[in-house]
Design a binder for this molecule. Structure first.
Ligand SMILES: Nc1ncnc2c1ncn2[C@@H]1O[C@H](COP(=O)(O)OP(=O)(O)OP(=O)(O)O)[C@@H](O)[C@H]1O
Length: 248
């Protein structure tokens, strides 16, 4: 997970109430990198609610804090202050195993650079989250192939990532993000490395599959082609959110 990988630090007790009904909620979240003169506040007091089935597009220039905000939303990074709730739960006190299991059940991640395991086929990559949950390999494979078919790359099930194009890899990554009963997809520049035709296929796969299942989505992107799909567009500037962070 590259820049997202971070050891969770000591838990912190919070006293704020969980917002009712939100799949994802952030309250006054800040994230600092570095210390002293080198300190950077990448996310600065963000309050955000994402309801079931909402499709949120997060825009902002390079360095505005989009990746950091997504990493905080997905508990891949810990806030310097503030609270993040996933389905009403503040997981800041959860141990690493519980946190990983909860994250795996609820959230699918999609990254610009696909993050597929090179030594695994498309079906094996897609089955991985299910197998980590204890699903039997044969069942996991069947569901993985079905997920691949749903995003239009079923015929690639037995190919390795290097035998597929960028757009195909990203659709495999989307199948992997969706497999199981996910409630939230966090996607960081999912079409950033793709030509417009591949982008359109990736976008359609993500939009259609999440809409029909009522899955919430937050896409961080520079690509304006995502905007027509958004229920809400949020903009980050120097770590501050503008737009309607409260939503519905
Ligand atoms: N690991 C880190 N250490 C120190 N500073 C960081 C780190 N990660 C991000 N930053 C800084 O935090 C700020 C926000 O970065 P972030 O990557 O979240 O922005 P972004 O909007 O996603 O940018 P891009 O669109 O280029 O990916 C930037 O000033 C960046 O330099």
């Amino acid at each position: 997970m590259g820049e997202f990988e971070e050891i969770m630090q000591a838990p912190e007790v919070t006293e704020t109430e969980a917002p009712a009904g939100a799949v994802l909620a952030l309250e006054s979240v800040c994230r600092d990198y570095g210390q002293g003169a080198a300190a950077v506040r990448a996310v600065d007091g963000v309050t955000l609610r994402v309801g079931a089935g909402e499709f949120v597009v997060l825009t902002g220039v390079s360095g505005s804090g989009k990746s950091t905000l997504l990493a905080l939303a997905g508990y891949l990074q810990r806030p310097s202050s503030g609270t993040v709730w996933l389905q009403g739960r503040d997981l800041s006190a959860a141990d690493a195993t519980e946190l990983a299991a909860h994250r795996r059940r609820i959230i699918g991640y999609v990254f610009q650079e696909y993050n597929l395991v090179a030594d695994l086929t498309a079906a094996e990559n897609t089955a991985l989250p299910l197998e980590l949950e204890g699903t039997r390999p044969r069942v996991a494979r069947r569901r993985a192939v079905q997920a691949l078919e749903e995003v239009g790359v079923g015929e690639l099930a037995d190919r390795f990532p290097e035998q597929t194009s960028g757009g195909q890899r990203q659709r495999v990554a989307i199948a992997r993000a969706l497999v199981g009963d996910k409630r939230l997809i966090l996607a960081d520049e999912p079409t950033g490395a793709l030509d417009s035709e591949s982008s359109a296929a990736v976008m359609a796969a993500l939009v259609e599959r999440t809409r029909e299942r009522g899955i919430s989505v937050v896409v961080a992107t520079h690509d304006p082609a995502w905007l027509p799909h958004a229920n809400r567009v949020l903009s980050l500037r120097d770590g501050h959110l503008s737009g309607d962070g409260e939503g519905r």
